[in-house]
Write a protein that binds this ligand. Structure first.
Ligand code: C2E
Ligand code: MG
Ligand code: MG
Length: 272
Protein backbone atom coordinates (compact mmCIF):
# COMPACT_ATOMS: atom_id res chain seq x y z
CA UNK A 1 0.00 0.00 0.00
CA UNK A 2 1.38 3.40 -0.89
CA UNK A 3 2.10 5.91 1.87
CA UNK A 4 -0.59 8.10 0.38
CA UNK A 5 -3.27 5.37 0.55
CA UNK A 6 -2.28 4.52 4.15
CA UNK A 7 -2.53 8.20 5.09
CA UNK A 8 -5.99 8.44 3.55
CA UNK A 9 -7.21 5.41 5.51
CA UNK A 10 -5.81 6.88 8.73
CA UNK A 11 -7.47 10.21 8.00
CA UNK A 12 -10.78 8.53 7.12
CA UNK A 13 -10.80 6.55 10.37
CA UNK A 14 -10.02 9.63 12.41
CA UNK A 15 -12.70 11.58 10.55
CA UNK A 16 -15.38 8.99 11.28
CA UNK A 17 -15.19 9.35 15.04
CA UNK A 18 -14.59 13.09 14.97
CA UNK A 19 -18.22 14.12 14.98
CA UNK A 20 -19.05 12.11 18.11
CA UNK A 21 -15.91 13.45 19.78
CA UNK A 22 -17.02 16.99 18.97
CA UNK A 23 -13.79 17.84 17.18
CA UNK A 24 -15.34 20.11 14.56
CA UNK A 25 -15.95 23.80 14.89
CA UNK A 26 -17.17 26.52 12.55
CA UNK A 27 -15.28 29.73 11.97
CA UNK A 28 -16.94 32.74 10.39
CA UNK A 29 -15.40 35.18 7.93
CA UNK A 30 -16.98 38.59 7.25
CA UNK A 31 -18.05 39.63 3.76
CA UNK A 32 -17.97 43.39 3.24
CA UNK A 33 -20.26 45.50 1.07
CA UNK A 34 -17.88 47.77 -0.85
CA UNK A 35 -20.43 50.55 -1.24
CA UNK A 36 -21.45 50.91 2.40
CA UNK A 37 -18.34 49.46 4.04
CA UNK A 38 -20.66 47.41 6.27
CA UNK A 39 -20.81 43.68 6.92
CA UNK A 40 -23.02 42.11 4.24
CA UNK A 41 -22.72 38.61 5.64
CA UNK A 42 -20.42 35.95 7.06
CA UNK A 43 -19.25 32.65 5.56
CA UNK A 44 -19.18 29.58 7.79
CA UNK A 45 -15.97 27.55 7.31
CA UNK A 46 -15.37 24.22 9.00
CA UNK A 47 -12.32 23.52 11.19
CA UNK A 48 -11.19 20.14 12.50
CA UNK A 49 -9.20 20.07 15.74
CA UNK A 50 -7.70 16.60 15.50
CA UNK A 51 -5.89 15.69 18.74
CA UNK A 52 -2.91 14.00 17.03
CA UNK A 53 -2.71 15.92 13.79
CA UNK A 54 -3.60 19.35 15.15
CA UNK A 55 -5.72 21.69 13.06
CA UNK A 56 -6.55 19.89 9.80
CA UNK A 57 -7.45 22.09 6.83
CA UNK A 58 -10.84 21.51 5.17
CA UNK A 59 -9.00 21.41 1.84
CA UNK A 60 -7.49 18.15 3.11
CA UNK A 61 -10.52 16.41 4.57
CA UNK A 62 -13.54 17.73 2.63
CA UNK A 63 -12.53 15.96 -0.63
CA UNK A 64 -12.04 12.69 1.32
CA UNK A 65 -15.38 13.12 3.12
CA UNK A 66 -16.95 13.68 -0.30
CA UNK A 67 -15.47 10.45 -1.61
CA UNK A 68 -16.58 8.36 1.35
CA UNK A 69 -20.01 9.97 1.67
CA UNK A 70 -19.27 11.25 5.17
CA UNK A 71 -19.84 14.75 3.82
CA UNK A 72 -23.61 14.20 3.99
CA UNK A 73 -23.91 13.93 7.81
CA UNK A 74 -20.99 16.37 8.21
CA UNK A 75 -22.64 18.87 5.87
CA UNK A 76 -25.91 18.52 7.81
CA UNK A 77 -24.01 19.32 11.01
CA UNK A 78 -22.47 22.41 9.37
CA UNK A 79 -25.86 23.64 8.13
CA UNK A 80 -27.54 23.12 11.53
CA UNK A 81 -24.69 24.66 13.50
CA UNK A 82 -24.38 27.71 11.22
CA UNK A 83 -28.14 28.37 11.22
CA UNK A 84 -28.37 27.87 15.01
CA UNK A 85 -25.51 30.37 15.42
CA UNK A 86 -27.33 32.85 13.19
CA UNK A 87 -30.50 32.39 15.28
CA UNK A 88 -28.48 33.09 18.46
CA UNK A 89 -26.98 36.25 16.92
CA UNK A 90 -30.44 37.37 15.83
CA UNK A 91 -31.75 36.89 19.36
CA UNK A 92 -28.82 38.90 20.71
CA UNK A 93 -29.52 41.69 18.20
CA UNK A 94 -26.09 41.24 16.63
CA UNK A 95 -26.83 39.26 13.50
CA UNK A 96 -25.10 39.99 10.23
CA UNK A 97 -27.64 40.28 7.38
CA UNK A 98 -26.73 36.85 6.01
CA UNK A 99 -24.90 33.62 6.73
CA UNK A 100 -23.29 31.65 3.88
CA UNK A 101 -22.82 27.88 4.05
CA UNK A 102 -20.82 25.76 1.58
CA UNK A 103 -22.67 22.80 0.08
CA UNK A 104 -20.61 20.05 -1.52
CA UNK A 105 -21.39 18.18 -4.74
CA UNK A 106 -22.44 15.04 -2.96
CA UNK A 107 -24.85 16.91 -0.71
CA UNK A 108 -26.50 18.45 -3.74
CA UNK A 109 -26.77 15.19 -5.67
CA UNK A 110 -27.55 12.78 -2.87
CA UNK A 111 -31.13 13.90 -3.04
CA UNK A 112 -33.38 16.12 -0.98
CA UNK A 113 -30.89 18.95 -0.50
CA UNK A 114 -33.77 21.44 -0.43
CA UNK A 115 -35.78 19.34 2.06
CA UNK A 116 -32.77 19.07 4.35
CA UNK A 117 -32.21 22.83 4.24
CA UNK A 118 -35.94 23.49 4.77
CA UNK A 119 -35.89 21.28 7.88
CA UNK A 120 -32.94 23.21 9.34
CA UNK A 121 -34.61 26.57 8.63
CA UNK A 122 -37.73 25.33 10.38
CA UNK A 123 -35.76 23.92 13.35
CA UNK A 124 -33.69 27.07 13.92
CA UNK A 125 -36.36 29.60 12.94
CA UNK A 126 -34.10 31.82 10.82
CA UNK A 127 -35.72 33.41 7.76
CA UNK A 128 -34.73 31.72 4.49
CA UNK A 129 -33.60 35.07 3.10
CA UNK A 130 -30.79 35.15 5.71
CA UNK A 131 -29.22 31.96 4.36
CA UNK A 132 -26.93 31.80 1.36
CA UNK A 133 -25.78 28.49 -0.09
CA UNK A 134 -22.39 28.40 -1.83
CA UNK A 135 -21.81 25.83 -4.55
CA UNK A 136 -18.59 25.48 -6.51
CA UNK A 137 -18.50 26.04 -10.21
CA UNK A 138 -17.42 22.48 -11.10
CA UNK A 139 -20.52 21.04 -9.38
CA UNK A 140 -23.08 22.99 -11.33
CA UNK A 141 -21.30 22.60 -14.63
CA UNK A 142 -21.20 18.83 -14.39
CA UNK A 143 -24.81 18.11 -15.09
CA UNK A 144 -26.83 20.92 -16.57
CA UNK A 145 -30.47 19.91 -16.18
CA UNK A 146 -30.06 18.20 -12.81
CA UNK A 147 -28.14 21.17 -11.45
CA UNK A 148 -30.85 23.59 -12.52
CA UNK A 149 -33.48 21.41 -10.82
CA UNK A 150 -31.61 21.02 -7.53
CA UNK A 151 -30.70 24.70 -7.39
CA UNK A 152 -34.22 25.82 -8.30
CA UNK A 153 -35.61 23.75 -5.41
CA UNK A 154 -33.22 25.58 -3.06
CA UNK A 155 -34.12 28.99 -4.50
CA UNK A 156 -37.82 28.19 -4.11
CA UNK A 157 -37.23 28.06 -0.34
CA UNK A 158 -36.13 31.69 -0.45
CA UNK A 159 -32.42 31.09 0.19
CA UNK A 160 -29.88 32.83 -2.06
CA UNK A 161 -27.31 30.99 -4.16
CA UNK A 162 -23.68 31.87 -4.75
CA UNK A 163 -21.36 30.27 -7.29
CA UNK A 164 -18.06 29.73 -5.44
CA UNK A 165 -14.51 29.67 -6.87
CA UNK A 166 -15.70 31.20 -10.14
CA UNK A 167 -13.11 31.09 -12.91
CA UNK A 168 -11.40 27.86 -11.85
CA UNK A 169 -13.77 25.44 -13.60
CA UNK A 170 -14.97 25.38 -17.15
CA UNK A 171 -18.01 27.57 -17.12
CA UNK A 172 -20.08 27.78 -20.21
CA UNK A 173 -21.58 31.24 -20.22
CA UNK A 174 -24.85 30.03 -21.73
CA UNK A 175 -25.18 27.45 -18.94
CA UNK A 176 -24.32 30.08 -16.35
CA UNK A 177 -27.20 32.18 -17.62
CA UNK A 178 -29.65 29.30 -17.12
CA UNK A 179 -28.75 28.79 -13.45
CA UNK A 180 -30.91 30.40 -10.75
CA UNK A 181 -27.98 32.19 -9.10
CA UNK A 182 -27.78 35.41 -7.09
CA UNK A 183 -24.04 35.81 -6.81
CA UNK A 184 -20.63 35.04 -8.32
CA UNK A 185 -17.58 34.66 -6.11
CA UNK A 186 -14.39 35.31 -8.07
CA UNK A 187 -11.73 32.81 -7.04
CA UNK A 188 -8.78 33.93 -4.93
CA UNK A 189 -6.33 32.76 -7.63
CA UNK A 190 -7.32 35.81 -9.73
CA UNK A 191 -7.56 38.26 -6.86
CA UNK A 192 -4.06 37.58 -5.54
CA UNK A 193 -2.51 38.73 -8.86
CA UNK A 194 -4.90 41.60 -9.43
CA UNK A 195 -2.58 44.48 -8.60
CA UNK A 196 0.56 43.00 -10.17
CA UNK A 197 -0.72 41.69 -13.49
CA UNK A 198 -2.59 43.88 -15.93
CA UNK A 199 -4.00 40.88 -17.84
CA UNK A 200 -5.55 39.55 -14.63
CA UNK A 201 -6.97 43.00 -13.83
CA UNK A 202 -8.69 43.10 -17.23
CA UNK A 203 -10.02 39.57 -16.74
CA UNK A 204 -11.44 40.40 -13.31
CA UNK A 205 -13.09 43.55 -14.67
CA UNK A 206 -14.70 41.45 -17.37
CA UNK A 207 -15.93 38.84 -14.90
CA UNK A 208 -17.54 41.66 -12.88
CA UNK A 209 -19.23 42.97 -16.03
CA UNK A 210 -20.47 39.50 -17.01
CA UNK A 211 -21.84 38.98 -13.49
CA UNK A 212 -23.67 42.30 -13.62
CA UNK A 213 -25.01 41.58 -17.12
CA UNK A 214 -26.53 38.41 -15.64
CA UNK A 215 -27.94 40.49 -12.75
CA UNK A 216 -25.68 38.83 -10.20
CA UNK A 217 -23.84 40.39 -7.29
CA UNK A 218 -20.11 39.88 -7.60
CA UNK A 219 -17.85 39.06 -4.66
CA UNK A 220 -14.06 38.88 -4.69
CA UNK A 221 -12.47 36.24 -2.47
CA UNK A 222 -9.03 36.40 -0.90
CA UNK A 223 -8.59 40.18 -0.65
CA UNK A 224 -5.42 40.68 1.38
CA UNK A 225 -4.48 44.31 0.75
CA UNK A 226 -6.05 47.74 0.74
CA UNK A 227 -4.76 48.28 -2.77
CA UNK A 228 -6.65 45.21 -4.03
CA UNK A 229 -9.85 46.31 -2.29
CA UNK A 230 -9.56 49.82 -3.80
CA UNK A 231 -9.03 48.43 -7.29
CA UNK A 232 -12.04 46.12 -6.89
CA UNK A 233 -14.20 49.02 -5.69
CA UNK A 234 -13.17 51.06 -8.74
CA UNK A 235 -14.01 48.07 -10.95
CA UNK A 236 -17.57 47.94 -9.61
CA UNK A 237 -17.21 44.78 -7.51
CA UNK A 238 -20.06 44.54 -4.96
CA UNK A 239 -18.53 42.67 -2.03
CA UNK A 240 -15.15 41.53 -0.78
CA UNK A 241 -13.95 38.83 1.56
CA UNK A 242 -10.39 38.25 2.69
CA UNK A 243 -7.73 38.57 5.35
CA UNK A 244 -7.52 42.35 4.90
CA UNK A 245 -11.05 42.69 6.30
CA UNK A 246 -10.97 39.72 8.64
CA UNK A 247 -9.79 36.12 8.85
CA UNK A 248 -12.29 33.35 9.59
CA UNK A 249 -12.89 33.63 13.35
CA UNK A 250 -14.48 31.48 16.06
CA UNK A 251 -18.07 32.58 16.80
CA UNK A 252 -17.08 34.46 19.97
CA UNK A 253 -14.38 36.51 18.25
CA UNK A 254 -16.64 37.27 15.30
CA UNK A 255 -19.20 38.44 17.83
CA UNK A 256 -16.75 41.04 19.10
CA UNK A 257 -16.41 42.31 15.53
CA UNK A 258 -20.20 42.41 15.14
CA UNK A 259 -20.54 44.39 18.39
CA UNK A 260 -17.86 46.83 17.28
CA UNK A 261 -19.63 47.14 13.95
CA UNK A 262 -23.04 47.76 15.52
CA UNK A 263 -21.50 50.75 17.33
CA UNK A 264 -19.71 52.06 14.25
CA UNK A 265 -21.43 50.82 11.11
CA UNK A 266 -18.41 50.77 8.82
CA UNK A 267 -15.47 48.43 8.79
CA UNK A 268 -13.35 50.96 6.94
CA UNK A 269 -11.62 51.95 10.16
CA UNK A 270 -11.18 48.43 11.51
CA UNK A 271 -7.61 47.40 11.05
CA UNK A 272 -6.90 43.91 9.71
P1 C2E B 1 -14.09 28.46 -0.01
O1 C2E B 1 -15.53 28.17 0.27
O2 C2E B 1 -13.76 29.10 -1.31
O3 C2E B 1 -13.62 29.36 1.22
C1 C2E B 1 -12.65 30.36 1.14
C2 C2E B 1 -11.32 29.88 1.62
O4 C2E B 1 -10.34 30.90 1.42
C3 C2E B 1 -11.28 29.57 3.11
O5 C2E B 1 -10.33 28.52 3.28
C4 C2E B 1 -10.74 30.86 3.71
O6 C2E B 1 -10.11 30.69 4.96
C5 C2E B 1 -9.73 31.23 2.66
N1 C2E B 1 -9.47 32.67 2.62
C6 C2E B 1 -10.35 33.69 2.83
N2 C2E B 1 -9.76 34.88 2.68
C7 C2E B 1 -8.46 34.63 2.38
C8 C2E B 1 -7.32 35.48 2.09
O7 C2E B 1 -7.39 36.70 2.10
N3 C2E B 1 -6.14 34.85 1.81
C9 C2E B 1 -6.02 33.49 1.79
N4 C2E B 1 -4.82 32.97 1.52
N5 C2E B 1 -7.08 32.66 2.05
C10 C2E B 1 -8.27 33.23 2.33
P2 C2E B 1 -10.65 27.26 4.21
O8 C2E B 1 -11.44 27.67 5.39
O9 C2E B 1 -9.36 26.55 4.41
O10 C2E B 1 -11.60 26.39 3.29
C11 C2E B 1 -11.15 25.83 2.09
C12 C2E B 1 -12.29 25.26 1.31
O11 C2E B 1 -12.86 24.12 1.98
C13 C2E B 1 -13.47 26.23 1.14
O12 C2E B 1 -13.20 27.12 0.09
C14 C2E B 1 -14.60 25.25 0.82
O13 C2E B 1 -14.55 24.85 -0.53
C15 C2E B 1 -14.22 24.06 1.68
N6 C2E B 1 -15.02 24.14 2.92
C16 C2E B 1 -14.79 24.80 4.07
N7 C2E B 1 -15.79 24.62 4.96
C17 C2E B 1 -16.69 23.80 4.33
C18 C2E B 1 -17.96 23.24 4.73
O14 C2E B 1 -18.49 23.47 5.83
N8 C2E B 1 -18.59 22.43 3.80
C19 C2E B 1 -18.05 22.19 2.56
N9 C2E B 1 -18.72 21.40 1.72
N10 C2E B 1 -16.87 22.71 2.17
C20 C2E B 1 -16.21 23.51 3.05
MG1 MG C 1 -17.19 29.23 0.00
MG1 MG D 1 -14.10 30.02 -2.84
Amino acid sequence: MSADAAERIRLDQALRGAMERDEFELHYQPQIDLRSGGIAGVEALIRWHQPELGLVSPARFIPLAEETGLIVPLGDWVMRTACAQMAAWQQAGLAPPRIAVNLSARQLWQGHAAERVAAVLCETGIPAGCLEVEITESVVMRDGAEAVQALSALRALGVTLALDDFGTGYSSLSHLRSLPLNKLKIDRAFIQDLTTRSDVAVLVQQIIQIGHAFKLRVVAEGVETRETADLLARSGCDEVQGFYFGKPLPAQDLEALLRQHSRRPSLAAVKP
